[in-house]
Write a protein that binds this ligand. Sequence first.
Ligand code: SF4
Length: 345
Amino acid sequence: MEEKGRIGIPRALMFYRYLPLWRPFFERLGWRVKISDGARQKEKIIYFEDSCLPMKLLVTHAVQLKDKVDHLFIPRLVSIHRTYIMCPKFRGAPDIVRLATEGNVSILDETIDLRKGGMSLLQTFLRIGEKLGASRQESKRAFREAEKSFSKFQKDWVDRINRLPTAQLFEMDVPMSPVRKKAPFRIAFIGHPYNLFDTDINKDLLALAKSLQMEIVTSDLLSEKEIDREVSDLSKEIYWSSGREIVGSLFHFLSDGVDGVVFLTSFKCGIDALLQEFIKRRLKVQGRASVPLLILSLDEHTGREGLTTRLEAFRDVVEEQKKLQSSNVARSDEPKVNQVQINYK
Ligand code: SF4
């Protein structure tokens, strides 16, 4: 098929979940997808007041792409679940990028709001297709094929996360390294997908975790139903979808017997600040404080050395805890040394 032009997708925010859906849709309509490179050095990050690092990175990547593409894809993400909403900053993301790029590039900013019903995602992509000059039928076919490829991607997730370098996690058709011997420590990594998978944010903590013999599990594995079940007995609703996912997956992994939990948070993120407190209290109330919990607060000043030291210390705590369990020493209800919180401010 003749190439119709280029669509730029910034390597930021929900790129770290939905690229395997977005990319095939555009490619099947005949557009070449161009992804921005990483920011890599903090000097390259575009600063604007009072924003979290993930939003700064969105702007940085968009500016990097703007002269190389015909359109930038920055969807207005209102809701990715049937009932709950995204952080309000996602709604403003296309407008922030429009300001930063001074109106010099066309922005595909269709709204994604799954509260509007089962067909709403298809409708959004039909509108995007129309803007790109595709017929309804072409867009529908492209969307259905993209969905198939996304569900294959999700099925392979456990293998992907443990057998691919972080930078290739969202690429299709890359050869995986051979199956490794089962790692002795099963650790749940929870947090917004961009905090978990953007190596500019976390300095590739996942690679470090693998080198420390950790098997990684994340909430990407869990269905919306599973998350809902886990949070159903909370006395107050969590309205943010990312907050529900983080708390729901934490509860799920704890009952599933993980050896430890690492929670990656964004400095300047109100949702994360609230969740941290909530999670710590909840673990204590449920007598689960003896599951080691490491909370890392990340921003552009975070250094790899600091993260390495903390993760190594955490691994020692996990190992110690496992030894205690296997020698049948009763767990203490007190949190003691096993909650390690690190802030870089
Ligand atoms: S949820 Fe937090 S980290 Fe994510 S965009 Fe909103 S404020 Fe930033």
